[in-house]
Design a protein around this ligand. Sequence first.
Ligand SMILES: [Zn+2]
Ligand SMILES: [Zn+2]
Length: 186
Amino acid sequence: MAVGSVHVDCQEYRAAIAGRKPSALDFGEKAMSRYPPALQRFEDNYTPEPNSGCWLWMACDNGAGYGLLQINGRQILAHRFAYETFIGPIPRDKQLDHLCRVRCCVNPLHLEAVTRKENILRGECPQAKNARKTHCHVGHPLSGNNLHVLPDGSRRCRECNRRTSLRYRKRSGATIRAPYFKEPEQ
Ligand SMILES: [Zn+2]
Ligand SMILES: [Zn+2]
């Protein structure tokens, strides 16, 4: 993307972000005319990956794998910059989710603004993995009649629970059912 030679009013820019954490929005649409080096630096720091379409951030990251863009001595998240520059403001109650699961990707088309809850469920933590499972650990479908959802939202396999109950009853002669066991984490 070509960046025209626009007058940069650093004074105005500094005043705009004075006293608060800078947001990529500060460097969004308006800033593009006011502060073109930001966009230029952004353009200079990623490499398009031809197969996935990811824009891989080549500059520094924040330690968790997310790209950082430095503007006037401050660091902002590069993917947030990309989203707000090319797509629009990120709603206050939303976070950006990498649909491609590549944290250092700054392709705005690979980003979606989602709620914190959605973001966690799409992630890689055990709860998220469990929520995405379509089958239990021995291969019964976690759907239809076989799926039992506990009040806390966790999902259990009825067939496995039935078998556990049977074993439990055989062994102890008890008539009560075994409590729902926990699916092992992957
Ligand atoms: Zn990507
Ligand atoms: Zn099962």
